[in-house]
Design a protein around this ligand. Structure first.
Ligand SMILES: [Zn+2]
Ligand SMILES: [Zn+2]
Length: 347
């Protein structure tokens, strides 16, 4: 099969590899029918994910059809159309029991697919802990509608959930990249009084204005004054930082009102400063980390009910054998790209 592979820093290559085999009774083999490229794939390519193993097949955003299951798999069967979760987790350890699946204690726990074990920019993928990592796609929900459920949409959903948004809140979302927009869609489900999106790129700001006319849009230079004049208590009640730029962490807590919640979803390239003397008396609550991707069934239900639609994010489509071109466009943000759907190889 074709498998897009991490060779070394700066280099991915399409290789022919054998179709993966089940290694454990809890494994499933999934034929990938649609995948995508994530910014995290670029982080691997650029060498900024030290735990990524050279030689592994990359890709952790995908949907597909179950081809084969081990004897311990009970929730899916061959022929089922499924979403694949970016995180593998056992469902049994202390952290899984509490829903903190990102910190699952299993050796494959957390983000392993397409990082430490072979991922899904390939024709087939082996999914460990398939009962936890696969969710059946309801009839009537297309592959494209379900494509982002296991990664960026799970992240947006988790971010909105832990931010404890109430109907009285002004919510500021910093960053309108793919994950920022998924976060926006999930924050909208909480019906806060107001949502403000701060985005530097004019093209992305236009996308938000065009698709979500009820959302206020500002840019980093004007964000603080905009939020002050568009909120009741001198700042946002909830700030969700999804941008991860050099100055956006500072912007996040500065734009927050006293006693606000600041949720940091972003992954930074560099350490950030928490200047406690400057924020003394502001009494902020910070929440940080990586997605606990355990809400996929609920997200799929919301998609089936028409309450979440991420299909506008798909701006480009390429077959697997032309993924190189897709990476070029995604990496260089050419041609108004937001997300690229990778379809099955052309025959
Ligand atoms: Zn990702
Ligand atoms: Zn676990």
């Amino acid at each position: 099969m074709l498998a897009y592979t991490y060779i070394e820093k700066g280099r991915f290559l399409m290789l022919e590899k054998p179709v993966p085999e089940l290694k454990d009774p809890c494994d499933a083999l999934v034929r990938v029918t649609l995948g995508s490229i994530c910014t995290s794939d670029l982080h691997i390519k650029h060498g900024s994910v030290p735990r990524a193993v050279p030689g592994i097949t990359v890709g952790h955003e995908m949907v597909g059809i179950v081809e084969q299951v081990g004897s311990g798999v009970t929730t899916v069967k061959p022929g089922d159309r499924v979403t694949v979760n970016v995180e593998t987790f056992c469902g049994e350890c202390f952290f899984c029991q509490k829903g903190y699946v990102n910190n699952c204690e299993d050796p494959d726990g957390g983000w392993a697919l397409g990082c430490r074990i072979d991922g899904g920019q390939a024709e087939y993928v082996r999914v460990p802990h398939a009962d936890q990592g696969l969710n059946r796609i309801p009839d009537g929900v297309t592959d494209e509608q379900a494509l982002f459920v296991g990664d960026i949409l799970a992240t947006g959903f988790w971010a909105a959930r832990i931010s404890e948004i109430t109907p009285d809140d002004t919510v500021l979302i910093i960053g309108a990249g793919p994950t920022g927009i998924c976060t926006l869609l999930c924050a909208m489900l909480k019906h806060p009084r107001r949502i403000i999106v701060c985005e530097k790129s004019e093209q992305r700001a236009r996308f938000v204005r065009a698709h979500y006319p009820d959302v206020e849009v500002t840019d980093p230079d004007n964000c603080l004054s905009f939020v002050k004049s568009h909120s009741e208590h001198g700042g946002a009640d909830v700030v969700i930082e999804v941008a991860g730029a050099d100055d956006t962490f500072r912007l996040a807590w500065e734009a927050a009102r006293p006693n606000a919640t600041v949720t940091v979803v972003a992954l930074y390239d560099r350490p950030q400063v928490l200047p406690l003397p400057d924020m003394y008396g502001k009494n902020l609550t910070f929440k940080t980390g990586g997605v606990d991707g355990c809400d996929c069934a609920e997200i799929l239900r919301l998609i089936a009910e028409g309450k979440i639609d991420t299909t506008p994010l798909i701006t480009h489509r390429f077959p697997l054998d032309r993924i190189e071109e897709a990476y070029h466009i995604f990496e260089n943000r050419l041609d108004g790209v937001i997300k690229i759907a990778i379809t099955e190889r052309s025959r």
